[in-house]
Design a binder for this molecule. Structure first.
Ligand code: MEV
Length: 430
């Protein structure tokens, strides 16, 4: 555990100073510090992760500060290409800290495997037969991976749903619920689904087609809550109480239309994905699960809720599926992912999922606060201008000079950056 995640002026340090500060706080070894600098993933290891490898692809790894979750300080490693996300998370975590930090909870790490059964004459009788054998099927599932069962995981439930379909006739959807503890679970659930298939065919008299984990991990939820004192939300011309009201209006907008809900949730996923990627987890699975969960009532909506308490303070809650692991997959193969887990200091997949939910809620707050007051472009402009300047070919001091000029002119565009760079180089040559 870190003494604190409140590191004053962290953003003003050089990258080396930041790395040294984090290394000291979480006691990184020399090798781990080297991995931070180099990106960690060697070509040889990359070549063993996927097929047809020709190189490795780097992204920035930043650390968000100020996170207090269930009374514990966390430094949050975030891998992301988008400017303002790490700064936004750190700022929102500071606001949440003023109200006591984030409080989180999670359900057990229960994933669902789906087995599709077809060619059924009497699907309801097939369902009856399968449910009759639930105990034996769960025992069968438990025998597949004794390691997971040994650490307290295993099969929890079997559901059988009859689906009528005009194209392929009646189907059964067999859902096996399985607690995969600290694993993400896709591998173990897929293995179990494939192993169970012959047994399911025998009992149901049907034919099994698909056997695969579901990414709608509705039994593996993480929740986060924070209270933001209204006075902490004051921004220049906007008193805190007005900012609370404007954030509530923004939330109502996300509830009212999926066009806004998609962007609202995208802001949440900016934070969620950055930690998911940093820790070597499967961000496509998280994205699929989050959006399917957001649409579970038949209409796509906001994953977060914002309300005002009796003191007029802003209260945010987020609930979403977070199927992440701390063992298996890339989490232990990618050296920087291992490092990210060490920086976080989480002890279990559930703790990681809860911290991720807190980061998602923080990111949502940062976006709503900016959108409901000054707009996001002011904060974005500086960082965006940096990217535009670098893309135009600016180097060293040229970057800052171009950024200053473009921000002052409120004209951050590639053509302007090119022109300014040419001008600058010409004046230096003269
Ligand atoms: C940009 O990456 C994310 C936002 O659009 C989120 C939002 O609109 O809530 C700022």
């Amino acid at each position: 555990m870190k003494d604190t995640s409140q590191i004053s002026g962290f953003y003003r340090l050089t990258t080396e100073e930041r790395a040294a500060t984090v290394s000291r706080l979480v006691a990184l070894s020399r090798t781990e510090q080297d991995a931070l600098e180099s990106g960690g993933l060697e070509l040889d290891r990359a070549n063993r992760m996927i097929e047809n490898v020709i190189g490795v692809y780097d992204l920035p790894l930043g650390v968000a500060t100020n996170f207090l979750v269930n009374g514990v300080d966390y430094l949050i490693p975030m891998v992301i290409e988008e400017p303002s996300v790490v700064a936004g998370a750190s700022y929102a975590a500071k606001l949440a800290r003023a109200g006591g930090g984030f409080v989180t909870q999670s359900t057990p790490s229960e994933m669902i495997a789906q087995i599709q059964v077809l060619d059924l004459v009497d699907p309801w009788s097939a369902r009856f037969a399968l449910l009759n054998e639930t105990g034996r099927l769960l025992e069968f599932a438990d025998a597949v991976d004794p390691v997971v069962v040994g650490v307290g995981g295993g099969a929890r439930d079997l559901e059988v749903h009859v689906i009528s379909d005009s194209r392929v006739g009646p189907m059964l959807e067999v859902r096996l619920v399985y607690d995969c503890r600290d694993a993400m679970g896709a591998n173990v659930l897929n293995t179990i689904a494939e192993s169970l298939a012959p047994e399911i065919e025998r009992i149901s008299g049907g034919r099994v087609n698909l056997r695969i984990v579901s990414n709608l991990a509705e039994r593996r939820l993480a929740r986060a809550r924070c209270v933001i004192p209204s006075e902490a939300l004051t921004v220049d011309a906007f008193p805190g109480e007005a900012v609370v009201e404007r954030i509530l209006e923004a939330h109502a907008f996300a509830l009212a239309t999926p066009y806004r809900a998609a962007t609202h949730n995208k802001g949440i996923m900016n934070g969620v994905d950055a930690v998911v990627v940093a820790t070597g987890n499967d961000w496509r699975a998280i994205e699929a699960g989050a959006h399917a969960y957001a649409a579970r009532q038949g209409r796509y909506s906001s994953l977060s809720q914002w309300e005002k308490n009796q003191h007029g303070h802003l209260v945010g809650t987020l609930e979403m599926p977070v199927a992440v692991g701390t063992v298996g997959g890339a989490t232990r193969v990618h050296p920087t992912a291992k490092l990210a887990l060490k920086i976080l200091g989480v002890q279990s997949a559930r703790e990681l999922a809860e911290v991720i939910a807190a980061v998602g809620l923080a990111q949502n707050l940062a976006a709503l606060r900016a959108l409901a007051t000054e707009g996001i472009q002011r904060g974005h402009m500086q960082l965006h201008a940096r990217q535009v300047a670098i893309a135009a070919g600016a180097e060293g001091d040229e970057v800052d000079l171009l950024v200053q000029r473009m921000v002052k002119e409120k004209l951050v565009r590639a053509d302007r950056a090119n022109a300014l760079l040419a001008e600058l180089r010409e004046s230096v040559a003269r």
